[in-house]
Design a protein around this ligand. Sequence first.
Ligand SMILES: CC(C)(COP(=O)(O)OP(=O)(O)OC[C@H]1O[C@@H](n2cnc3c(N)ncnc32)[C@H](O)[C@@H]1OP(=O)(O)O)[C@@H](O)C(=O)NCCC(=O)NCCS
Length: 216
Amino acid sequence: MEIPVLEMHRLSDVHLDANLHVQLGDPAHQRALRFAKPGDREEFVAGRLALLNFAASLLDVNPNRLTSDYRCPQCGPGQDHGRPGFMLDGGPAPLALSASRASGWVLLSGVVHPTEDFRLGVDLEAVGRVGFVGFDDLALTGSEKRFLASIPDRDQATLRARLWARKEAWLKMIGEGLRHNPAELDVLDRPGLRDVTERELPAGQPRGLVAALALD
Ligand SMILES: CC(C)(COP(=O)(O)OP(=O)(O)OC[C@H]1O[C@@H](n2cnc3c(N)ncnc32)[C@H](O)[C@@H]1OP(=O)(O)O)[C@@H](O)C(=O)NCCC(=O)NCCS
């Protein structure tokens, strides 16, 4: 059974150096340029850089030996989006990786030398970002809605965010993302899918954020 490493970083703490374009690669650079708000662009870049440094530390190599290799199940390799990965000295880096950004933080997860077909997905979610009018009908299955209604009101917002984080972690693990209808994916009790506990995050879990991890 693979045990993934988990790390959480505040995006504003990620040091952005002058060589950023080269470090992140052209597809990421082009995507960064498309962000309308400078703050969103900086957070995207910081998240990508945090993942690059995380991958280098897992492999114990200098980050400049890694180049980004994002693969979208729909569009193929060489993308600015999709499942994260890296090339090491021109060959595939032996890593399974996942990342998620929310409220100025990035959650990273990875396994070195994963077994064949191993996949993982993580998601970080701000409790305040879910639960808008109509959310439950768009996002939750019938049994999830019934379960949510059965627990005390004060716990509902956190559980709703946990359910959403579990869904996104699972959908990243399988690679489909929100092309898959989340209202058809029940995550109340799904083997391989669980909440990330505060204890698992060395820096602790910032208030108002929840996280989930999916492994296959
Ligand atoms: C993946 C997704 C569920 C997460 O979105 P989110 O909550 O807004 O953002 P998060 O920060 O939690 O996660 C984003 C990260 O998920 C990862 N990711 C994105 N697509 C992924 C996929 N198909 N499989 C696995 N991981 C994926 C990337 O590391 C991405 O980081 P990036 O922004 O630096 O590229 C959502 O973005 C999605 O469904 N994307 C696909 C949508 C799509 O089909 N787009 C059309 C392209 S063909």
